[in-house]
Design a binder for this molecule. Structure first.
Ligand SMILES: Cc1cc2nc3c(=O)[nH]c(=O)nc-3n(C[C@H](O)[C@H](O)[C@H](O)COP(=O)(O)OP(=O)(O)OC[C@H]3O[C@@H](n4cnc5c(N)ncnc54)[C@H](O)[C@@H]3O)c2cc1C
Length: 562
């Protein structure tokens, strides 16, 4: 099957949906494709907390203050141009979402703005109760429903971008339910495929977050930046089973109510890891990085909870206070069989967000003309560490901007479709053969365990080398011919294609992580503790003749620098 459009948007999370709407507003025809359901597949719909934006509705604010906090959190590595776009355009997008009736929580007639860690003032908007992501997704889906120029196609996994004479001219896709190959001619292509947290055994996102967009960009000839910076969330939900709720929901309650972290001996352990400045009021609520460290070390010492994390307990808090703080969330927990007044839950650090990603200019265009990126797929804006609430703002702001620029390029004429450029990907999928080995599903599990153990929140030279060697072995093992199990819907072929991407992306994380011999933001090297000023540079990853190459940017300057 062959389709044609002005703008192809890959991925229908917050960034992709906004990109499609904005490209349509600019007069382009649009195909919005997602390997899952439109507006229901990625991280956006799962987010439940806050969106950072300098609205100044309740406390005077300016986007420059938001930018200052973003740059501080980024530990000297932010691309200041991108960070400034995120902060300056944020209010426009958030107010537009308000006009579209997203339902931001209000107080005294004003959009309510909550305080969140790392912000110098209350700046974070949200939709009650823990409904921010679903409300954002629903609002954008509703807007899409009212537009006729956007063709929405779910269950369509993009396999590769077609590039002709150095310019993007479309893509090759697999229609997952039927196994059919679909080629799409497009004057501009926007990658909005979100992050890579599926590379890790424990993660907060859905199973389609294997970093496809990074692999697509690399193979198309674009560069990746800051790939070593994967953000781990210290108290992700581990057990008991929690369905339909955000696995990172515990943090605000832990801060608000003083939830206690306990080890297998039911002993509080935060105090032992608290640095002097966290001991205010005799209270040992650790910051995220210290909490991640403390839980990991307790588990290592054999004092982990049964599922391999720590207990988080609210049992010392009166039941009425729990109900007041958690509101209707208490009932959703009860539906999952969890009664916080009577039992602790188990928590552990989980991969949550990726600061790194595709390198773009301030039109969100990659090195390849006509190839754009937006949302979490983009690297650079958040440097070495992301400020809480910045990711949804990033998705909406960068989505709109990429959509606009992609439409502009399409209207100015662009390179024509080339079946020849699409042929390698078409041939790859067509070459899939029925074989029993290797077991790609088991290899995905192995890769996730490897990344968690050897390239997780705390890294060493030895572990990263083990990871690099094992990834090279797995890459050899999957071979170059896809596996197939059936005509039509072919889960084995999908696993093979996923694994191909996951291996490339995992290597793109390990390579710069090994090179960066310092600890900065989310990249913590146990063998190189502390920040090293000579490392105030971004690392770039590219693909040349099938080999990953690593290079460094010039030292970061301007206010993005530490
Ligand atoms: C549980 C959770 C809670 C969070 N809470 C917050 C919060 O409170 N505040 C905040 O700011 N941020 C939060 N984040 C981060 C934030 O939600 C994400 O960074 C942001 O939503 C990413 O949006 P996106 O549109 O770039 O990607 P996504 O929303 O992840 O969408 C990407 C889409 O691309 C599709 N896709 C992937 N590969 C392909 C392919 N090959 N072909 C076709 N389609 C493809 C996927 O199916 C998916 O639908 C949270 C994240 C998670 C996981």
């Amino acid at each position: 099957m062959h389709l044609e459009t002005d703008v192809l948007v890959i991925g229908a999370g917050g960034a992709g949906m906004y990109a499609a709407l904005e490209a349509d507003r600019a007069g382009a025809s649009v195909i919005l494709a997602d390997r899952s359901l439109i507006g229901r597949g990625g991280a956006t719909v799962m987010a439940q907390m806050t969106v950072a934006v300098a609205l100044g509705e309740q406390t005077p604010d300016h986007w420059e203050y938001h930018l200052a906090d973003t740059l501080t959190a980024g530990r000297g590595l932010c691309d200041e141009r991108l960070a400034a776009i995120l902060c300056e355009d944020g209010p426009r997008r958030i107010r537009e979402m308000d006009d579209w009736k997203v339902g931001w929580a209000r107080e005294d007639g004003h959009i309510k703005q909550a305080q969140a860690p790392g912000h110098d003032r209350p700046r974070c908007v949200y939709v009650d109760f823990l409904s921010t992501g679903p409300a954002v997704s629903r609002t954008l889906r509703t807007q899409l429903n009212g537009v006729s120029g956007i063709r929405r196609i779910g269950d369509l996994a993009i396999v590769d971008i077609a590039v002709r004479d150095g310019e993007a001219c479309g893509a090759v896709a697999l229609h997952v339910p039927t196994g059919r190959i679909v080629t799409i001619a497009a004057r501009s292509v926007v990658i909005a495929t979100g992050g890579l947290t599926r590379l890790y055994r424990r993660n907060s996102a859905s199973s389609n977050m294997g970093g496809d967009g990074y692999a697509l960009a690399l193979r198309a000839g674009a560069e990746l930046i800051d790939m070593e910076f994967v953000q781990f969330f210290p108290i992700g939900h581990l057990a008991p089973r929690l369905v339909g709720m955000d696995p990172i929901m515990w943090d605000p309650f832990r801060y608000k109510l003083g939830g206690k972290l306990l080890n297998s001996e039911m002993q509080e352990f935060e105090e032992g890891y608290a640095s002097a400045d966290t001991r205010s009021d005799g209270n040992y609520v650790l910051t995220r990085d210290l909490a991640t460290y403390a839980i990991s070390k307790e588990v290592e010492a054999g004092r982990g909870s049964p599922a391999g994390g720590a207990y988080l307990s609210f049992q010392h808090i009166p039941e009425a206070d729990i109900r007041r703080a958690f509101g209707p969330v208490v009932d959703r927990l009860a539906a999952n069989g969890i009664d916080l007044a009577r039992q602790p839950v188990e928590v552990a650090p989980i991969a949550h967000y990726h600061m790194g990603g595709i390198r773009v200019d301030d039109a969100l265009q990659t090195k390849i003309a006509g190839l754009y990126a937006c949302g979490e797929a983009v690297g650079g804006a958040n440097g070495a560490n992301r400020l809480s609430g910045n990711a949804i703002t990033e998705a909406l702001v960068f989505g709109a901007r990429a959509g606009r620029h992609a439409a502009l390029r399409a209207s100015n004429g662009a390179v024509a479709w080339s079946a020849e450029a699409a042929r390698p990907a078409v041939d790859l999928v067509n070459s899939a053969t029925r074989r029993d080995a290797p077991n790609t599903a088991a290899m995905i599990v192995e890769l996730q365990a490897l990344m968690a153990e050897k390239a997780g929140p705390f890294r060493t030279d030895e572990n990263l080398r083990i990871a690099a060697d094992a990834l090279a072995r797995l890459t050899r093992d999957i071979g170059e011919t896809p596996l197939s199990s059936a005509d039509g819907f072919d889960p084995v072929l999908v696993d093979w294609l996923d694994l191909r991407n996951m291996l490339l992306v995992a290597q793109s994380v390990v390579l710069p992580a090994l090179a960066r011999t310092e600890s900065r933001g989310a990249h913590q090297r146990e063998d190189y503790p502390g920040l090293d000023d000579s490392w105030a540079v971004n690392q770039l990853v590219s693909l040349s003749d099938g080999r990953l190459e690593l290079s460094r940017s010039a030292p970061v300057t301007g206010r993005g620098a530490a």
